[in-house]
Design a protein around this ligand. Structure first.
Ligand code: SAH
Ligand code: SF4
Ligand code: F3S
Length: 466
């Protein structure tokens, strides 16, 4: 390949981030340099998302800017990932003079795509993507590990099965091999990724083909020596109590579960084709709480699905209260061309959807404030990633995925996993101080703390003597 300076831009979910790394490593192995801005690049690759209208609009506007640059100097523009797989994405690619189009199953074609001077479009779903994932750099603390691609569900609002194709699970050997590379690099927390991790192996004939159940895969990963294991996303329809049992019997598996409910109304769930009822969902929550009384629950909710009435929305609010989630991703329904709900149902007025979202966000904030307040005074194990805006603070998250901030302390001024006593909580953040194993505060390094930050005052004030 001719020497190339490539800049990659990623939209969308963790799977897209993982895929961007895959492409990046392919490029490096082919001799390309990865650069951090469009100005330095002669190739710009955009890994796209199509799940809602907004990420599509962002890509359009970015392509508009890139087209202007391309009018002034040579620039190769590539569109990859979910939007690229769709007719909608290919129309956009044509309209903006995009040179390379690679669907999420064709990312390994990046080398071939850059070889020629022709336009290069590849939209196949290939199985062998994962053998090409490189080890993460030494010292990486947190890693993603894709255990399956695609989705076999047909939620009526969702474009993902079209963009990513049918579900294909990776073999356990392949997964454990990648995990070993991550462990050798120092990874402390691994997040297993898939659109529907609870259905792991089902596409391969599951146990018959020697694939473990998802619960047993969790156990295998949890016994590998990695300090923390998380996973996303858990589809409630395929959730089994054994997953809750695995979480309880394997200490490395964090007591955190992201279980998207989408709606609390059975009528809406049926129209979404989610394949579970409110009652079945709540039974899963009860099973989880029985095995793990301190489980932290998070969810996804779509508001303003076509035909959603005020009563349906009240059912969602009531379910939120019944579960008392620690956090939630909340979305306004976005009609996606090509999905059944786009074709068959009329969209609700924008004002109705935004007004409901406002009420749901307020409810979420109340619960997050309440749940976070209960953490004050407790000691949490926090994975501190890096400097919070170079201000003398480190930012990280608990086993329950609560974002947490601590000031630099002696022996705890760099990324790692530390014990943190929580001193202060807001709905979105826990603030604490690192402590030793006996629970004593590690001395602060005050010179590095930016006291202009509001939380600094609380955290750097001397503690009252016990
Ligand atoms: N496989 C995962 C979800 C992946 S998409 C699961 O089933 O749980 C992530 C989230 O985007 C979904 O949970 C849903 O809440 C949201 N989403 C998907 N399609 C959407 C649409 N058309 N409009 C608004 N939100 C959508
Ligand atoms: Fe989309 Fe449903 Fe598949 Fe999730 S399970 S990716 S929401 S079709
Ligand atoms: Fe992820 Fe968006 Fe594709 S959410 S699966 S990048 S459509």
């Amino acid at each position: 390949m001719v020497t190339t300076r490539a800049h990659l831009i990623t939209y969308g979910c963790q799977m897209n981030e993982y895929d961007t790394h895959l492409v990046q490593s392919q490029l490096v192995s082919l001799g390309a340099d990865i650069v951090s801005s469009v100005d330095e690049a002669d190739v710009v690759l955009i890994n796209t998302c199509a799940v809602r209208g907004k990420p599509v609009e962002k890509v359009r506007s970015l392509l508009g800017d890139l087209r202007k640059i391309k009018a002034r100097r040579p620039l190769v523009i590539g569109l990859m990932g979910c939007l690229a797989q769709l007719d909608e994405g290919q129309q956009i690619a044509r309209a903006f003079g995009v040179d390379i189009v690679l669907g999420p199953g064709s990312l390994l074609d990046i080398g071939r795509a850059l070889e020629g001077n022709e336009r290069f479009w590849a939209l196949n779903f290939r199985d062998e993507l994962h053998g090409h994932v490189p080890p993460p750099p030494q010292g990486t603390l947190q890693a993603h590990l894709t255990i399956m691609r695609g989705c076999d569900h047909h939620c009526t609002y969702c474009i993902v099965p079209t963009t990513r194709g049918p579900q294909v699970s990776r073999s356990p050997d392949d997964i454990l091999r990648e995990l070993d590379m991550q462990l050798a690099a120092g990874v402390q927390e691994v997040t297993l990724l898939g659109q529907n991790v609870n259905a792991y192996g089902v596409d391969q004939g599951a146990q018959l083909a020697g694939y473990p159940s998802f619960a047993n895969l969790l156990r295998l990963v949890g016994q590998s020596g990695v300090r923390r294991v998380k996973f996303t996303t858990s589809h409630p329809m395929n959730f089994t109590e054994d997953v809750a049992a695995a979480m309880a019997d394997t200490p490395a598996i964090c007591e955190f579960i992201h279980l998207p409910v989408q709606s609390g109304s059975n009528r809406v769930l049926r129209r979404m084709a989610r394949e579970y009822t409110r009652e079945q969902y709540l039974k899963h929550v009860a099973d989880i709480r029985r095995h793990l009384p301190h489980a932290v629950l998070a969810t996804d909710i779509i508001v303003g699905f076509p035909g959603e009435t005020e009563d349906d929305f009240q059912d969602t609010l009531a379910l939120y209260d019944e579960v008392g989630y620690d956090s939630a991703y909340m979305f306004i329904y976005s009609p996606r061309p090509g999905t059944p709900s786009y074709t068959h149902f009329a969209d609700l007025p924008r004002e109705v959807k935004t007004e409901r979202l406002g009420r749901l966000v307020a409810r979420q904030k109340e619960w997050s404030a309440r749940n976070n307040a209960t953490k004050v005074g407790t000691v949490q194990e926090v994975l501190l990633r890096g400097d919070a805006h170079s201000s003398g603070f480190l930012e990280g998250h608990t086993r329950g995925s609560h974002p947490t901030v601590v000031p630099h302390a002696v022996g705890a001024d760099r990324p790692g996993v530390y014990r943190v006593r929580i001193e202060h909580a807001t709905p979105h953040m826990l603030y604490g101080r690192t402590v030793d194993t006996a629970g004593h505060d590690l001395p602060l390094i005050p010179a590095t703390v930016d006291t202009a930050r509001p939380e600094a005052a609380a955290l750097t004030a001397p503690l009252p003597m016990a």
